[in-house]
Ligand binder design. Structure first.
Ligand SMILES: Nc1ncnc2c1ncn2[C@@H]1O[C@H](COP(=O)(O)OP(=O)(O)OP(=O)(O)O)[C@@H](O)[C@H]1O
Length: 379
């Protein structure tokens, strides 16, 4: 637990991870523990450490003390304060002195950046540069200082979803879900898989918009373009990885949907979605239909179409999840539009929302989660 909670001394920490990198059973144990609902999300160190099968590719950058200190003035950017440290580097609030605006500057702070870290920065820049969408953070430019890459982003005011205190009213989560799915659709349409969707990688702005961030583990698919710069192997944050990717399968749009479904489940219910069993190796996920029923049970009055969409994202078999982000968006937008529970006036609490009947969507019984979520919508 000390390891997962980041309480081990640096040397012991590095030793433990060095061992886990080569030991499949310890890795499995760590992943299972990271999924334990006994661990609050913010206390889970493994959450912020991208894991690659067989090794922890960016570990050196996460060891406290082993980092390079950037100058206060970096090209035209003046660093104001550290916003946070992630697996790939550090993110600073900075001012672009040329145009006098705030930016978020993500900088590689490894003492000796390795090829994997450099490739990840390059990949992030290539991925994000392709996507222009209000629900995805905008990158202004990429640069380099002392052989270390940096990326300059719009500074998004607000709170990350990890800072919210779930459970939230389901109407509010639906609003967030629509934004996230639109951002994800924009990424997938450009052939970009996010591969690290989690509450810490989405920011909710004061006006209620949500933006996806941190494409540091992104990769390209289905675009006819070779994934030249992709991080090889299985990567992601254990807690939000789909069952098949944890077992070694490549990431797909469906593994992104799984992570999104998990975020929505947690926001609606305030609970981790994993069932606890006697031994860590016996941890298992509930399937899509089970999750749909569980969401409905835990969130009284939730729109059945919304519960079905979350269940569909969380189906254990990726073939049972949404086929494309377009379909997921269409379902969520339909539910949000259905009129009796406008998302704009979404400050209702679940107990009040039980008064609002669902509209136009089929009952949750019958059919696969995907069929239930998509039925009646011409999808
Ligand atoms: N464009 C941005 N605007 C505002 N805050 C940002 C922006 N980009 C990142 N941040 C914040 O900076 C912090 C660090 O972000 P970063 O993505 O590097 O790390 P992380 O999400 O904490 O870790 P990980 O690498 O595991 O995803 C987070 O608190 C994040 O919310």
């Amino acid at each position: 637990m000390a390891l997962l909670e980041g309480r081990l001394p640096v040397a012991a920490n590095a030793l433990a991870h060095g061992h886990a990198a080569d030991c499949a059973s310890c890795r499995t144990l760590l992943v299972a523990l990271a999924h334990s609902d006994a661990l609050p999300a913010e206390a889970c160190a493994a959450e912020s450490v991208p894991v690659e099968h067989g090794r922890f590719p960016v570990w050196a950058a996460t060891v406290p003390g082993a980092t390079w200190k950037p100058p206060v003035q970096l090209d035209e950017f003046r660093l104001e304060r550290l916003l946070g440290r992630g697996g790939m580097g550090a993110v600073y609030l900075a001012r672009d002195t040329l145009v006098d605006r705030r930016v978020a500057l993500k900088l590689c702070v490894a003492l000796q950046p390795d090829a994997g870290t450099l490739a990840s920065f390059a990949m992030e820049a290539h991925a994000i540069a392709r996507i222009k969408h209000p629900n995805v953070v905008t990158m202004y430019r990429a640069g380099e200082i002392d052989g270390r890459p940096y990326l300059v982003y719009e500074h998004v005011e607000g709170k990350s979803l990890a800072e919210l205190r779930p459970p939230l009213p389901w109407q509010r989560v639906l609003d967030i879900a629509v934004g996230l799915s639109r951002g994800l659709r924009a990424a997938h349409e450009r052939g970009v898989l996010h591969r690290d969707l989690k509450p810490g990688n989405a920011i909710l702005t004061p006006d209620g918009a949500v933006k996806l961030l941190d494409f540091g583990l992104a990769t390209f698919v289905g675009s006819g373009r070779s994934p030249l710069l992709a991080v090889p192997g299985v990567v992601g944050t254990p807690r939000y990885m789909a069952p098949e990717t944890r077992l070694g399968a490549s990431a797909t749009p469906q593994s992104d949907f799984y992570a999104l479904g998990l975020m929505l489940f947690e926001l609606c219910t305030g609970r981790a979605s994993f069932m606890r069993h006697a031994s860590p190796s016996a941890f298992r996920l509930e399937g899509g239909a089970g999750m749909r029923a569980r969401v409905s049970e835990l969130v009284p009055g939730i729109d059945p179409g919304f519960a079905a969409a979350i269940g569909c994202c969380l189906a254990e078999d990726p073939a049972e999840r949404f086929a494309q982000a377009d379909a997921l968006c269409a379902v969520l937008e339909h539910v949000a539009r259905s009129g009796l529970h406008p998302v704009a006036s979404s400050q209702l609490f679940p107990s009040q929302s039980a008064l609002l009947p669902g509209l136009g969507l089929p009952p949750p019984e019958g059919g696969s989660p995907r069929e239930v979520a998509q039925a009646g919508m011409g999808l």
